[in-house]
Design a protein around this ligand. Structure first.
Ligand SMILES: Nc1ncnc2c1ncn2[C@@H]1O[C@H](COP(=O)(O)OP(=O)(O)OP(=O)(O)O)[C@@H](O)[C@H]1O
Ligand SMILES: CC(C)(CO)[C@@H](O)C(=O)NCCC(=O)O
Ligand SMILES: [K+]
Length: 297
């Protein structure tokens, strides 16, 4: 077997965000991110106690090579074939997980570090706050400063707000776009699981079943986001607001279309960035690396 070329300068590392639908990966090299997604690991082997099954690094790598990889459109020429070589080159793997059953497996890799709420320098967090929410809002803090409102349109749609002093103000959790669609399809006889798509001037009053579902879910989401963002900006007028997560691009398209004439000022304060959680992780990992370098010096 030929040895693959090692990738990345010495300060590269891997980020793994374990969400409720899938795994989000990034190879972090200074200011560059290469991102991709993979499905969750199958549940049975993962639920075994890793101490009992003593997973070696090679087992881990073989498993990764078997996983189907779904590339993000902007992922560049990498990184699917390079993930195993990245791990073989002993890159640190930093994990943030909101799915405990998917976490243990990766901790068998000796270079794994698991981020917890204690690593996030926000104040007034409550103990069950999702680490993905804390990291997303910290990603805004790092890139744009505070105050900040993160809107993560993933499996769940979350809003998470932090004040100018770094105190968590609070937020909201609701079923995400895909979950809303699937719950209608699963719990009714007649409703199909629609593919959400951008429909310019989406009518309120649908005249087909798919149009009615699209209207109901999207118009309600858009109106809800307007209410939440407006309320946030009344208290924190200078806040940056950033949409992230699997449905961020589609939702942002709808917000732009619906708000560009009606609420241009509101719209001007809202951004979209698929990598918010990774930016938050990068800020924390850089901080951790520089303080461990200080300790060594
Ligand atoms: N290729 C894809 N596979 C799965 N979901 C996708 C895909 N492309 C877009 N989505 C959308 O992304 C949403 C899931 O978002 P994301 O992938 O951020 O979830 P997650 O990682 O499980 O998030 P969470 O942090 O909420 O657990 C779904 O509602 C779906 O509509
Ligand atoms: C809300 C989700 C599922 C979003 O991924 C995650 O952040 C989570 O499990 N949060 C825990 C509950 C909370 O944040 O209050
Ligand atoms: K649950």
């Amino acid at each position: 077997m030929t040895e693959r070329v090692k990738i990345g300068p010495p300060h590269s590392w891997l980020a793994l965000v374990i969400g409720n639908s899938r795994l989000h990966w990034a190879l972090v090299e200074a200011d560059r991110l290469h991102t991709w997604n993979t499905p969750h690991l199958p549940s049975d082997p993962v639920s075994l106690d890793p101490l009992q099954i003593h997973l070696t690094l090679n087992d881990l790598l073989n498993r990764i090579e078997e996983l189907p990889i779904e590339r993000q459109s902007d992922a560049g020429p990498f990184p699917h074939p390079d993930l195993p070589s990245a791990l073989r080159s002993q890159l640190p793997l930093w994990i943030a997980s909101v799915v405990p059953s998917q976490t243990a497996f990766w901790q068998a890799y000796p270079q794994t570090r698991l981020l917890t709420l204690r690593d996030i320098p926000l104040r007034e967090m409550y103990p069950t706050l999702g680490i993905d929410r804390a990291l997303a809002v910290w990603g805004i803090a790092d890139r744009f400063g505070l105050p900040a409102l993160a809107i993560d349109a993933g499996t769940a749609l979350t809003l998470t707000g932090v004040d100018p002093l770094g105190n968590l103000v609070g937020g909201a959790i609701l079923p995400g776009l895909g979950l809303q669609i699937r719950s209608l399809a699963h719990h009714t006889a007649a409703l199909p699981a629609i593919q959400p798509q951008f429909i310019p001037d989406l009518p309120y009053w649908g005249r087909t079943t798919p149009d009615s579902i699209t209207s109901g879910i999207l118009h309600t989401l858009i109106a809800g986001l307007q209410t939440f963002i407006t309320d946030w900006l009344q208290t924190y007028p200078n806040s940056t607001v950033v949409l992230t997560g699997g449905d961020a691009t589609l939702l942002f398209q709808y917000l732009q279309h619906h708000w560009q004439h009606r609420f241009p000022e509101l719209l001007s304060q809202v951004h979209a960035d698929e990598n918010l959680v990774f930016w938050g992780m990068r800020a924390i990992v850089q901080q951790a690396n520089s303080s461990s370098a200080e300790v060594k010096a």
